[in-house]
Design a protein around this ligand. Structure first.
Ligand SMILES: Cc1ncc(COP(=O)(O)O)c(C=O)c1O
Length: 440
């Protein structure tokens, strides 16, 4: 039997979801029958410009032919043998490639299936290596939904009804300049020094790790001020811990460098990866220098599906595509996008802040007549962000909405996007903002 969708329409799929899929799916109201490059097509034949890449995953473009071909070739060889029981070439080659392309001395990789597993595995490795248990993450961070990563995630919205998670986790302020509570946006990096205070007051000083997204994704596309990550790295090392950088969302070309870490003068002790690594095939990974990685002993960690050979073959082709011009395109288009979003910030009172790097950018929508939490910056306007996204969808453009306050419009398109497509997206955003402001 082949999978035939000829008689399926949008209504069929959404009603199947309503009846048979657990009620946790967050709909953008765009069912997808097929996708290519930056275009999604639904079951009723409508097409959409995709500015969100399935939450920042299809970095090499939907259905990239080189990636599809690499996966198909491996499918014909074999699909599964458990990569920890049967050594195979895609895993070996990908691990060697990651040692070449990841920052600093990162050398040995553990492969899993998702971002949350990559983060939790990284924490286990840090605990094993340091002999310590305590972990610190950032307020407003997002690291996943399984109980370990959820403990690190700094947002009650994801934790409601789910406690208790794992113990020994504390949080330190995020480097959120626009809504900074510690240095009035002057970015003196007091919020980095706050980590020292958190270690002193919340922990016994037996630090296993500090876990940081170099650029925060779900928190609202937050780029730290100059020197912040360097200071955090210094503090965690002073206390005998490891710096775990979560590049699940910011990695694989998204910010105009292969890894966002490259924008900063730091080297991670462990780096978590997923999302863009295999352009949509399920794959996660964490990579560490040999001396850290070798702390794991046989039996300390394993995954039945982790390092699936088809996903690893797709990852190798994805990296070729990224290095073959897509990272450069992300940087180039990102510069243009920054200036257009900065123009929107100047033209609209409701655009409080425009920020990001490469093709990981966002604008924060606000109510200019109301003050934000703790008297800092104008109030976040989540309702406006949702309304603008709805208008964009009606205009055939899919965009992300997120951020701690739910008011950030997120531009995270496939890195293959061209100027004309990007212009179409920004023009549509501008029109939607004009329409919403006029209706207010
Ligand atoms: C920075 C970061 N870490 C971890 C995760 C969790 O990844 P996954 O949904 O693949 O478990 C996400 C997902 O959005 C993420 O953005």
């Amino acid at each position: 039997m082949t999978f035939d969708t000829a008689d399926t329409d949008n209504r069929t799929v959404t009603s199947q979801y309503d009846e048979y899929v657990m009620p946790i799916w967050k709909s953008l109201n765009v069912p997808v029958e097929r996708a290519s490059d930056c275009t999604l097509e639904d079951f009723d034949g409508n097409t959409y410009l995709d500015l969100f890449s399935g939450i920042s995953v299809t970095n090499a473009g939907h259905n990239n032919s080189a990636v599809v071909e690499a996966a198909q070739d491996q499918l014909e060889e074999f699909v599964h043998g458990c990569s920890y029981v049967h050594p195979n070439a895609p895993v070996g080659e990908l691990a060697e490639r990651l040692a070449e392309i990841t920052p600093g001395d990162l050398q040995k990789t553990f492969f899993c299936n998702s971002g949350t597993e990559a983060v939790e595995g990284a924490v286990k490795l840090a605990r094993k290596h340091t002999g310590n248990t305590e972990v610190i993450a950032l307020e407003m961070a997002f690291h996943g939904r399984t109980l370990g990563s959820l403990a690190l995630t700094g947002n009650k919205a994801y934790k409601k009804d789910m406690a208790p998670t794992i113990n020994d986790v504390s949080h330190t302020p995020a480097p959120y300049a626009y809504r900074c509570r510690t240095c009035d946006g002057s970015c003196s990096n007091d919020c980095a020094d706050e980590l020292e205070h958190i270690i002193g007051t919340h922990t016994s000083d037996d630090i296993a790790a500090v876990v940081v997204e170099p650029i925060m994704g779900e928190g609202g596309i937050i780029v730290p001020p100059e020197g912040w990550l360097e200071r955090v790295s210094e503090i965690v090392h002073d206390h005998g811990g490891l710096l775990i950088l979560d590049e699940v969302q910011s990695g694989y070309g998204r910010t105009g460098e292969l890894f966002a870490t490259e924008h900063f003068d730091v080297e991670p002790d462990i780096m978590a990866q997923a999302k863009g690594i295999a352009n949509g095939m399920p794959l996660g990974a964490f990579t560490a220098p040999a001396d850290v990685a070798d702390s794991f002993e046989s039996g300390d960690h394993l995954s039945t599906f982790g390092g699936n050979p088809v996903a690893c073959a797709a990852a190798l082709a994805t990296i070729d595509e990224l290095q073959g011009g897509l990272v450069d395109n992300a940087r180039e288009q990102g510069e243009w996008l920054s200036s257009r979003l900065a123009d929107l910030e100047s033209s609209f009172d409701v655009v409080g802040d425009a920020r990001g790097l490469g093709l990981m950018q966002g604008i924060e929508l606000v109510d200019p007549d109301d003050t934000g939490p703790m008297g800092v910056a104008p109030a976040p306007d989540k309702k406006l962000a949702t309304a603008v996204a709805d208008r964009l969808r009606e205009a055939g453009v899919v965009i992300g909405v997120g951020g701690y306050y739910g008011n950030v419009m997120r531009f995270q398109p496939p890195l293959s996007i061209d100027r004309e497509q990007l212009e179409t997206g920004v023009d549509a955003l501008e029109e939607a903002l004009e329409a919403e402001v006029a209706d207010a």
